[in-house]
Design a protein around this ligand. Structure first.
Ligand SMILES: Nc1ncnc2c1ncn2[C@@H]1O[C@H](COP(=O)(O)OP(=O)(O)OP(=O)(O)O)[C@@H](O)[C@H]1O
Ligand SMILES: [Mg+2]
Length: 218
């Protein structure tokens, strides 16, 4: 189960964002859709435990993230949440395989190169195992990012704007990859995007209303 309940986040400049209460069942696929500024990134970062809200509850699996300390939160995220974020780049100095090894290492999971080969194979990029990130095309890098999100067998895969820069054909391909891989792993899939095309690939949609934030006037 995934849930956000009564979340209000206060950014450092004092502006606050309130998110609607939401519940997703395990293994469900959700599109979080809304215009710019509606809170999609805030939603995803709160659910990943990357932002700590001023108020509200965050539930992932059987854990209450709002009650966890920083270290426990980092460990939990590394172990149970697969992030596909545009700004979360691969480590340039490491091969694809070493990037995936690192993801396991950070989650305190034992080295498992068989698992890594399996995941790369599922995404049809086994031949990139020893490649460095700068040698990858954008589409290949995206597959590697998805592989890295899957390698620890997460409870939930959270993806931010995975399709915004893609034409219809590549949009379909990436959404097929994400939904198939999530299904095979039994993971929940949460895609936050302003790209309305994503709706047709997902079972559930949460629409965020424009301007859910309140500017703080000092
Ligand atoms: N670092 C920040 N400091 C202050 N306010 C912020 C910050 N990040 C976001 N906000 C505010 O919070 C609200 C929600 O922003 P958020 O980034 O979650 O929206 P979004 O739906 O992801 O938008 P976009 O589609 O443009 O990425 C907006 O009003 C925004 O101005
Ligand atoms: Mg955003």
């Amino acid at each position: 189960m995934l849930a956000l309940e009564g979340i209000t986040h206060r950014y450092r400049d004092g502006s606050t964002v309130s998110l609607p209460t939401w519940q997703g069942g395990s293994g469900e696929h959700w599109a979080i859709i809304g215009p710019s500024g509606s809170g999609k990134s805030t939603f995803l970062h709160i659910l990943a435990g990357l932002l700590r809200p001023a108020a509200g509850r965050i539930v992932v699996g059987d854990q209450e993230l709002h009650r966890m300390g920083e270290r426990a939160l980092d460990r939990f995220r590394g172990r149970h949440i697969g992030l596909v974020f545009q700004t979360l780049h691969l480590v340039a100095a490491l091969t694809v395989t070493d990037n995936l090894r690192l993801a396991r290492y950070f989650a305190d999971l034992p080295r498992d190169d068989t698992r890594i080969r399996t995941v790369l194979g599922r995404l049809d990029i086994d031949e990139l195992a020893d490649q460095y990130p700068h040698r990858l095309s954008q589409g290949q890098a995206q597959r590697v990012a998805i592989a890295r999100a899957l390698v620890n067998e997460p409870l939930a895969i959270l993806a931010a704007e995975p399709t915004s820069a893609l034409d219809d054909r590549n949009c379909r391909q990436v959404m097929a990859l994400l939904t198939e891989q999530a299904r095979e792993s039994g993971a929940s899939l949460i895609v936050a995007t302003h790209d309305g095309r994503v709706r047709e690939y997902m079972e559930h949609t949460l629409e965020l209303a424009p301007g859910t934030s309140e500017a703080h006037h000092a």
